[in-house]
Write a protein that binds this ligand. Structure first.
Ligand code: E4P
Length: 217
């Protein structure tokens, strides 16, 4: 499963990129606003930090303007992935862009039927929002299971990008289901490394090593 980080904070991206485990980045208008940075400038900087896809979202609601915005965004770097909302105009834009060889991430997916439409429109990624789904009384992971089943039934190549990830269990469940990608805030990715017994084990080994009076270097 590929790991994307869901942020527009440069320091967080640099730190995770240095682990060698980061496969891409997702942003959205809220994350750009939170960063306080200029959209074009920060997106360009992020594209230079990772080799994989960097999702940059259009803000227009109609197809023609979405295409114009996408034209501007895809000039930023080769690894820009245009993010469009799951609407009729968004999927029209998705079809036009992917036919032209541009990566597209279809965002704000909350049903398996919507995911089916995105795959038919040739989406590179579909982003089902599991956390927001859970918040509204549904089970986000059931949605991922349904989409995996449907995509496998028909051999769709659209990658399932689990989004709105809130905790490490979302990551574990996504991997068990066979999602292709997950995008999570930096805090959740850092949480994946942690286990109390790892910390306790290191503490014990170091205490015993100290007693030997030896050094490796
Ligand atoms: C994904 O691409 C979105 O940016 C993101 O996962 C939304 O998550 P949220 O529900 O925490 O805002």
């Amino acid at each position: 499963m590929k790991f994307f980080v869901d942020t527009a904070e440069i320091d967080d991206i640099k730190e995770l990129a240095a682990t060698g485990l980061l496969d891409g980045v997702t942003t959205n208008p809220s994350l750009i606003a939170k960063s306080g940075r200029d959209f074009m400038e920060v997106t360009k900087e992020i594209c230079g930090l990772v080799d994989g896809p960097v999702s940059a979202e259009v803000v227009a609601l109609d197809h023609d303007t979405m295409m114009k915005e996408a034209e501007v965004l895809r000039k930023i770097a080769d690894n820009v992935c245009i993010k469009v909302p799951l609407t009729v105009d968004g999927l029209k834009t998705c079809k036009a862009l992917t036919e032209d060889g541009t990566m597209v991430n279809v965002t704000l997916c909350f049903s398996a039927n919507q995911a089916l439409l995105a795959a038919k429109a040739g989406a590179t990624f579909i982003s089902p929002f599991v956390g927001r789904h859970d918040d509204n009384g549904f089970d986000g992971m059931d949605l991922i299971e349904d989409i995996r089943l449907i995509y496998d039934n028909y051999g769709f190549e659209t990658e399932i990008l689990v989004a709105s990830v809130r905790h490490v269990t979302h990551v574990l469940e996504s991997a068990k289901i066979g999602a292709d990608v997950m995008t999570a805030p930096p805090k959740v990715i850092h949480g994946l490394f942690k286990h109390v017994l790892t910390d306790k084990g290191i503490e014990g080994f170091l205490a015993d090593w100290e007693k030997t009076g030896q050094s490796i270097l």
